[in-house]
Design a protein around this ligand. Structure first.
Ligand code: IMP
Ligand code: MG
Length: 190
């Protein structure tokens, strides 16, 4: 436990996206997604798949702004542990029942796209089990860090190569509950 705790904000360098900026980004994304799937929901199931834990706040806010019939699934991936650098291998837990996804339009919802390995692997799995389409929605994109090719369909904000926390993003499981997105002080993780 941290016996010097006063406020989570004492560990932050700066806030890069405020609550208000995030809310208008969510409005824009929800509009884009609603437009894109408006016709296809007449024929096929629309399924959002949230990649836990990081996207739990993003997807909760996003789905409440979607005016579409949709199902929501959750799965869990991990590749970081307590480091700030991806380990390179991606573990998937709690994969949804494949029958529920066959011929569905699947939208993978991520907190942040970094190396791209997580979404690359997930897209491949969803295509293999027979989804009709697999698209990607990410709250944040760090293109400078990409090591595998990934096409992003819906993007919140593009960010620099720096370690971010808040709005679901953690360092060592902490800071997810910050209502905004911030840069973590380097001394916290180095
Ligand atoms: P990728 O497979 O390297 O694209 O990993 C993406 C995952 O890494 C995200 O879902 C996050 O869990 C984690 N991640 C990447 N960058 C950050 C960051 O700046 N803050 C917190 N988590 C991050
Ligand atoms: Mg994640």
């Amino acid at each position: 436990m941290n016996s010097n705790f006063k406020s989570l904000s004492q560990d932050l360098e700066s806030v890069i996206f405020s609550e208000a900026e995030i809310d208008s980004m969510l409005d824009r994304l929800a509009k884009e997604i609603t437009e894109r799937y408006r016709e296809s929901v007449l024929e096929r199931k629309f399924v959002l798949v949230s990649v836990l834990k990081g996207s739990f706040i993003f997807i909760a806010d996003l789905v409440r702004k979607l005016d579409l019939p949709c199902e929501v699934f959750f799965l869990r991936t991990s590749s970081y542990g307590s480091s700030t650098v991806s380990s390179g291998t991606v573990n998937v837990e709690g994969f949804p029942d494949a029958d529920k996804l066959k011929n569905a339009d699947v939208l993978l919802v991520e907190d942040i796209l970094d190396s791209g390995r997580t979404l690359y692997k997930l897209s491949e799995i969803f295509r293999t089990i027979g989804a009709h389409s697999v698209r990607i929605c990410t709250m944040l994109d760090k293109p400078a860090r990409r090591v595998v090719p990934i096409e992003v369909d819906f993007k919140g904000f593009e960010v620099e190569d720096q370690f971010l926390v808040g709005f679901g993003l953690d360092y060592n499981e902490i800071y997810r509950n910050l209502p905004y997105i911030a840069v973590l002080k380097k001394e916290i993780y180095s």
